[in-house]
Design a protein around this ligand. Structure first.
Ligand SMILES: [Mg+2]
Length: 202
């Protein structure tokens, strides 16, 4: 009897992957502090913005990142929307958005603003496929597309990390251990093939 493998579960992070968290920060930062240093995304060395702007008060950065409407107004990452519209109808995967809410965010609005963002940019269908979890290691899946250099939690993840390329995750240490890297959303067809090939041969 032929055993049919269930299709792989694809988890997709939001910030820095489909929603351009840093672009929004930069816009607000430059508006509030036009005379301060502003680092372009392509030159951002650290995952945590505070670490890249350590000469300035941490509260100034936190205030921008945790004030209501910040998440709501994130611009989409290039080609993310079009690609996710393709992914949702791709029969090869069961796909979900998997995002960690910021619990420091004003009035806990981060949860609803993330959902509103998804509905506005991707449509209601994706709202049914939205997982909010502070700990992504608890979420079952085969692949997680995420820009965070290292993802830890209370369990060993069931998923393989597909590193969504950013300068801060393009380090020798990460390159050495990574199996998959998505340079940007235009490269999805190639990575898609690689993931399906991996899934079918493991
Ligand atoms: Mg992220």
């Amino acid at each position: 009897m032929e055993i049919i493998k269930p299709r792989p579960i694809l988890l997709i992070d939001m910030d820095g992957v489909i929603a351009n968290y840093y672009a929004r920060f930069l816009r607000v930062w430059q508006m509030l502090y036009p005379n301060r240093k502003a680092i372009p995304l392509k030159e951002l060395e650290g995952f945590y913005i505070e670490s890249c702007y350590s000469e300035y008060p941490e509260e100034d950065i936190k205030r921008i990142l945790t004030t209501s409407r910040f998440f709501r107004n994130l611009p989409p990452v290039d080609h993310a929307i079009k690609t996710l519209q393709e992914i949702i109808v791709d029969p090869a995967f069961d796909s979900f958005i998997c995002t960690a809410p910021d619990i420091e965010y004003q009035d806990q609005l981060c949860f609803s603003e993330k959902a509103q963002w998804v509905e506005e940019h991707l449509g209601k269908e994706w709202l049914h496929k939205m997982i909010l979890s502070k700990d992504k290691t608890l979420i079952h899946g085969n692949y997680l597309i995420d820009d965070k250099p290292s993802i830890h939690g209370v369990r060993t993840p069931s998923w393989k990390h597909v590193v969504f390329h950013q300068k801060y995750n393009h380090t020798e240490e990460i390159i050495k251990r990574e199996e998959f890297r998505l340079e940007d959303w235009t490269k999805w067809p190639t990575v898609r093939e690689a993931l399906l090939n991996h899934h079918n041969t493991n």
